[in-house]
Design a protein around this ligand. Structure first.
Ligand code: GLN
Length: 481
């Protein structure tokens, strides 16, 4: 059974590397000792955590799932890695991802695609004695979501308790939603980026994947705090969140209580622009059901408008590729990264190293970014996009200044699908479509949380969903328009 389970884990392909066993043993023994002597460092002491492979670790390669960095071991640890270890957490390994964080399927990794633990709404293998031990063929599995798909699958399959991901346009929330997890992208700057390999500096945001909101809160309590090495980091502190079994640690005032207690009087905005072409009926149904549930529990659910949302994908694309073009000049093969030898010139050597080390997805973005930044184009593209970004931010300001407490939107436009849809040929189209609901928060620097709402099999059978099968099935109900 154990060997079979190991082969399933390997087939899921959630991890790129495991922590060295001596390091794991050492950390486990120390945590055990603290447990025995009642001197636990934090609620995360001794808890297995997985870290996305774009966070620097001095004890394991940090590859960003790219051939370019395949053999790169940094000289220092990312601030968040240091904080986790200082809290006693045991980092079990580095998780698979879309190369450099570019993608939303978990399919663009030089180490092969990440497979979702679930297929057709059922957990894949593990507790089922009849599961197959052989590798799943394409057509038998669905994507994990990305780019932090490895962290999501590692947590969903029980290899780790919580995971660290990074979210530039939705990369924590998207795989969390496809793998049935909670995914938190905090406000820009709430968590330091020191040692997180840059994709888009103005939007990159470390984030947390866990099975429950309480676990996310527990991770945040350890991770939050200003870092002098990151000038954009803020000194936010955690709000305690009680777990039922931890009653002694929290006063009763901090305990969340019932859904009614939590949401009564809360103003929940439902943005009509998120109801767009391409939204899958299942997702629409889950969204509408949840709005109803909040309404029934005493929240005031109101339709709102964020008029610049349709421009978010193009705005995100231009700004993303411009920053990528600038960031990726560092991959020359000289200080680090793949180096091809070439006797002609330094430029030729750079070119050869990049041609070999970077995938087509990465090259396309670098090329696009450089095009948008050309002297003749900059005003029309990059500077326009900066203005649109400001308008998107102002949309949110306007809604929140008018009494809305929280916005309710889908995370992705469609559920986990076959990997064939996430081929390089389809990459830009699908990636940007999947990011429609998530990237506005990155453009505006806002916090966003994806929570599972359990719409799959249960939802299809519930009486409530029948109500949306009566001709209005694919429409957002009028009251939320
Ligand atoms: N899908 C987005 C992109 O490809 C998200 C990336 C991310 O959040 N790291 O850019």
């Amino acid at each position: 059974q154990a060997v079979a389970q190991q082969s399933v884990m390997a087939d899921l392909n959630a991890l790129i590397s495991s922590a060295p066993s001596s390091r794991l043993q050492h950390a486990t023994q120390h945590a055990q000792h603290r447990q025995d002597s009642g001197t636990l460092l934090s609620p995360l002491d001794g808890v297995p955590i997985v870290v996305k492979d774009n966070y620097c670790t001095s004890w394991a390669t940090t590859t960003c799932a790219s051939k370019m960095l395949r053999h790169y071991t940094p000289t220092y640890d990312a601030t968040l890695v240091t904080r986790l270890e200082a809290a006693g957490a045991i980092i079990i390994g580095k998780s698979n991802m879309d190369e450099f964080g570019m993608g939303s399927g978990g399919t663009f990794s030089t180490f092969g695609p990440i497979k979702n633990l679930y297929r057709s709404g059922k957990p894949y293998a593990l507790s089922d004695p009849t599961y197959r031990c052989g590798a799943l063929e394409e057509g038998e599995w669905v994507v994990s979501g990305g780019s932090s798909g490895g962290s999501a699958v590692a947590v969903a399959s029980g290899q780790a308790y919580c995971g660290l991901g990074s979210d530039t346009g939705g990369s924590v929330r998207n795989p969390a939603s496809l793998c049935g997890l909670v995914g938190l992208k905090p406000s820009y700057g709430a968590l330091p980026r020191t040692g997180l390999i840059s994709l888009v500096n103005s939007m990159d945001c470390p984030g947390v994947l866990a099975k429950t909101c309480e676990d996310c809160a527990m991770m945040m309590a350890v991770l939050l705090g200003r870092d002098k090495a990151d000038s954009t980091s803020q000194g936010s502190s955690a709000i305690p969140w009680a777990r039922e079994e931890d009653e002694d640690r929290f006063s009763s005032a901090d305990r969340p209580g019932t859904l009614q207690d939590l949401v009564s009087g809360l103003v929940v905005g439902v943005p009509s622009e998120y109801h767009c072409a391409g939204l899958h009926p299942q997702i629409l149904q889950a969204w509408t059901r949840l709005a109803d549930k909040l309404h029934d529990a005493g929240a005031k659910v109101v339709p709102v408008s964020l008029p610049h949302t349709p421009y978010a994908p193009s705005c995100y694309t231009v700004l993303n590729t411009c920053e990528v073009a600038s960031n990726f000049t560092r991959y020359t093969g000289f200080q680090y990264g793949l180096r091809k030898s070439c006797k002609h010139s330094m430029e030729a050597q750079y070119a050869l190293s990049r041609a070999e080390g970077l995938s087509q997805v990465v090259k396309d973005r670098v090329l696009a970014g450089n095009y948008f930044l050309l002297a003749d184009n900059k005003e029309n593209y990059q500077q326009q996009a900066m203005k649109v970004r400001r308008l998107i931010q102002q949309d949110f300001d306007c809604v929140f200044n008018n009494g809305v407490d929280v916005l309710l939107t889908p995370t992705t436009l469609f559920p986990a699908t076959s990997p064939s849809l996430f081929s390089v040929r389809n990459s830009s189209e699908l990636t940007y479509l999947q990011d429609l609901c998530t990237s506005p928060a990155n453009l505006a620097g806002l916090p966003a949380l994806s929570v599972p709402v359990g719409f799959t099999n249960a939802a299809q059978n519930s009486t409530s969903s029948q109500r949306y099968n009566d001709g209005q099935h694919y429409e957002l109900r009028d009251q939320y328009r």
